[in-house]
Design a protein around this ligand. Sequence first.
Ligand SMILES: CC(C)(COP(=O)(O)OP(=O)(O)OC[C@H]1O[C@@H](n2cnc3c(N)ncnc32)[C@H](O)[C@@H]1OP(=O)(O)O)[C@@H](O)C(=O)NCCC(=O)NCCS
Length: 172
Amino acid sequence: MLLRHAVPEDLPGLLDIHNNAVKTLKAIWTDKLDTLEDRTTWFEERTQAGYPVFVVENEAGDVIGFGSLGPYRPKEGYRLTVEHSIYILPQARGKGAGGLLLEKLIEVARGQGYHVMLAAVDGENAGSIALHLKFGFKSVGRIPQIGVKFGEWLDLVLMSLVLDDRVRPPQD
Ligand SMILES: CC(C)(COP(=O)(O)OP(=O)(O)OC[C@H]1O[C@@H](n2cnc3c(N)ncnc32)[C@H](O)[C@@H]1OP(=O)(O)O)[C@@H](O)C(=O)NCCC(=O)NCCS
């Protein structure tokens, strides 16, 4: 497997992975399918703001998943917190790609000076919860029935990783 920065040519593949997740999973809380234009805007906004987007290729050179960092909440008090997302194609799950992406995203978030990395995970997503626990995230809260998809209430599990041991935030 090869991990690399995403490039614009990857966007049709990323669109397929994203829309597959929207159609089939409770991991992403929307029913709205993206267009290529939506994915292009997302990619440009992420990269222009300094948030990385990585892809993983299999041995055949096909993109099988992606992961990125993004903002947690817009207010400036959250500026040292980053939220990430990782999506692997169904047939490629369980082979190490998600772990590869998460490890890289943690390294980059730490390198960029973020203090906390946050995952907001569907409460039934045992695979994602196990993945985050493996990489040192702690489950810090569960919000019952805060989401809706496929005719069900969804719980949100928040998982956080403190990236450094600064006692106080840096002075601006
Ligand atoms: C969750 C997801 C990103 C994990 O990626 P992956 O490539 O399948 O995971 P990996 O093979 O790298 O597994 C790494 C570790 O995660 C854990 N893990 C992953 N999938 C698991 C599962 N289904 N059940 C239990 N543990 C799992 C294990 O600890 C595993 O380590 P191990 O192989 O040493 O036991 C992937 O399954 C996926 O894309 N799921 C759908 C989308 C999604 O849920 N995204 C996360 C949104 S927060």
